[in-house]
Design a protein around this ligand. Structure first.
Ligand SMILES: [Zn+2]
Ligand SMILES: [Zn+2]
Length: 288
């Protein structure tokens, strides 16, 4: 069974993200786009994870609590945890590893902490978009010890990526997946980087705006899971099917700017959905 995911999404806690990136808006947009699972990955903080997890649960969307940790080498690492408790543990450690620099809203933007009703319940004062004191190695050890998975972020970019900053993927790190950007041509990238043949590539949106959240274009396959595959039906949202092996390269962000109000109605969890019963843990097991 293949599941459509977007494992790199920012909320309004990230100062660079739009203030429309509220817990409900993110979840509603993901549901509207027909995704089976999403991860919230704010910069160096998990302060909005609980609110988004509540919204996701209410909408029957599988939610992976995560964080985009910046190592001391200025490498962005998508860190995905199996549950909220371990994610909040990571949050505590990463927060302590941030320099005590105050955010300048006028320069970087606001860092809103929200509840499950999209109410602003606080603002993070410490600047989140900066390097922590943790090495990439330490981030891997930490996340792994918490039962999570690490995916080096946007390796095709010229900054804040493992390849741009280290020049290679260290073999001693147990890495299975590398993230490529939403608009990266994966075939051209593969052709240009034969040294990465041993790694799987996964596309994520790195969405800072609602419209940027992926459609059903990035798939994770869990072999032997779920039974509705045989009838070829989609998950009931009427969007793109999942039969293509190259599904994560499907073009199509045409739906991207649909107004999120359309999705604001509460959706009854559908027990017949292919993703019913799917857990963050099962998805993470595929990624490590
Ligand atoms: Zn990044
Ligand atoms: Zn990001």
């Amino acid at each position: 069974m293949k599941y459509a995911v977007d494992l790199h999404i920012h909320s309004a806690l990230s100062p660079c993200a739009h203030e429309d990136m509220t817990p409900n808006n993110i979840v509603n947009m993901a549901v509207m786009k027909g995704l089976d699972a999403i991860a919230l990955t704010d910069h160096n903080s998990g302060a909005n994870l609980e609110a988004v997890s509540i919204c996701a649960r209410n909408q029957g969307l599988v939610f992976i609590p995560g964080m985009e940790v910046e190592s001391c080498e200025e490498i962005h690492l998508i860190s995905l945890l199996p549950d909220l408790k371990s994610a909040l543990k990571l949050h505590e450690i990463v927060y302590e590893a941030l320099p005590a620099i105050q955010n300048r809203k006028d320069i970087f933007g606001s860092q809103y902490i929200m509840d499950e009703n999209d109410q602003i319940i606080g603002e993070e004062k410490r600047l989140l978009v900066t390097a922590t004191s943790l090495t990439a190695d330490e981030v891997f050890s930490l996340v792994t010890s918490l039962g999570g998975a690490v995916i080096p972020a946007h390796v095709d970019r010229s900054s804040y990526s493992m390849i741009s900053n280290l020049g290679l993927i260290p073999e001693e790190l147990k890495i299975k997946y590398l993230e490529i950007s939403k608009n990266c041509d994966r075939y051209a990238y593969r052709a240009a980087h034969p040294e990465l043949d041993g790694y799987k590539l996964i596309r994520s949106s790195d969405a800072h705006y609602l419209g940027d959240i992926l459609e059903r274009e990035s798939m994770i396959e869990i072999e032997g899971r779920a039974a509705r595959e045989a009838d070829g039906s989609t998950d009931g949202f009427g969007l793109i099917g999942e039969e293509s092996g190259q599904a994560d390269d499907m073009a199509g962000i045409g739906e991207a700017l649909r107004h999120v109000d359309e999705a604001s109605r509460i959706r009854e969890p559908d027990k017949d959905k292919p993703s019913a019963g799917l857990t963050a843990c099962e998805l993470i097991n595929i990624l490590v």
